[in-house]
Design a protein around this ligand. Structure first.
Ligand SMILES: Nc1ncnc2c1ncn2[C@@H]1O[C@H](COP(=O)(O)OP(=O)(O)OP(=O)(O)O)[C@@H](O)[C@H]1O
Ligand SMILES: [Mg+2]
Length: 235
């Protein structure tokens, strides 16, 4: 089963009396265990598409199915709940809470979902180790490097064991070495924890790693390349 099925999706932004068509007739299936990268020039619609897939925003036309659920059928409350249970979002600017430590930032979604304390402790400890930050648990974001902050954001996105993780230009602010380490980390998480990752990126290195590369231009998909990489094969 596909993680995401998008059919005939369109999205317009209205600003004063002007309508900007940000996405036009998008049709796309995103498969679990495939690393999907959405590329395109600035303003082409990448963030808009990720926000629709991530249930942060709703399309004007068409349908989106995430993990078998038609998200248009959900009320706003049910949609937030669905997002919290199934989707992890990694924002370009990380969106970490500055007053919380690395540990507390990763724990935060688990507090919101009322996960019992002992289970939270175990999960956060395991995630800190997985992203190589066991020794930085007590640092706040201001006391971490950019790559370390990015790793905290990844661990936080993974905390609730979502089926789908969306990342908006996750390597844009990182040097190439740190960017490559982050990509390796996510590929490992994809293999070991069977999480479906979807990125937007301009980064050639990220594009080379993609199993499925979706290119958008002026709000339309202009090409879709699926690599014949065997599923589950180490990158
Ligand atoms: N809230 C908004 N109101 C009005 N127009 C918007 C809004 N958000 C985005 N747009 C417009 O929609 C189009 C697509 O924007 P989007 O942010 O999806 O592009 P992008 O591909 O993510 O670009 P970038 O690479 O610069 O992040 C752009 O023309 C943008 O100006
Ligand atoms: Mg963007």
């Amino acid at each position: 089963m596909s993680s995401v099925v998008i059919r005939g999706v369109g999205k317009n932004y209205r600003l004063d009396s002007v309508t900007v068509p940000a996405l036009i007739d998008i049709n796309l299936e995103i498969h679990p265990d495939r690393f999907t990268v959405i590329s395109g020039q600035s303003g082409s619609g990448k963030t808009t598409l990720l926000n629709l897939i991530g249930c942060i925003d709703r399309p004007d036309t068409g349908t989106i199915e995430v993990a078998g659920q038609r998200v248009a059928d959900l009320s706003d409350d049910a949609l937030s709940d669905f997002r919290a249970r199934h989707i992890g979002f990694i924002f370009q600017n990380f969106n970490l809470l500055p007053v919380l430590t690395a540990y507390e930032n990763i724990e935060y979604p688990l507090v919101l979902s009322r996960t019992p304390p002992a289970e939270r402790r175990q999960r956060v400890t395991e995630l800190l180790a997985a992203v190589g930050l066991a020794d930085r648990a007590r640092n706040r974001p201001g006391q971490l490097s950019g790559g370390q902050r990015q790793r905290v954001a990844i661990a936080r996105a993974l905390a609730g064991r979502p089926a789908l993780i969306l990342a908006d230009e996750p390597t844009a602010n990182l040097d190439s070495h740190t960017g490559a380490a982050i990509i390796d980390l996510m590929r490992r998480m994809q293999r070991e924890q069977h999480v479906c990752f979807v990125f937007s990126s301009h980064d050639q290195k990220v594009l080379e790693e993609a199993d499925d590369a979706v290119h958008i231009q002026d709000g339309r998909i202009v090409s879709l390349e699926r690599q014949a990489r065997a599923q589950g094969t180490p990158a």
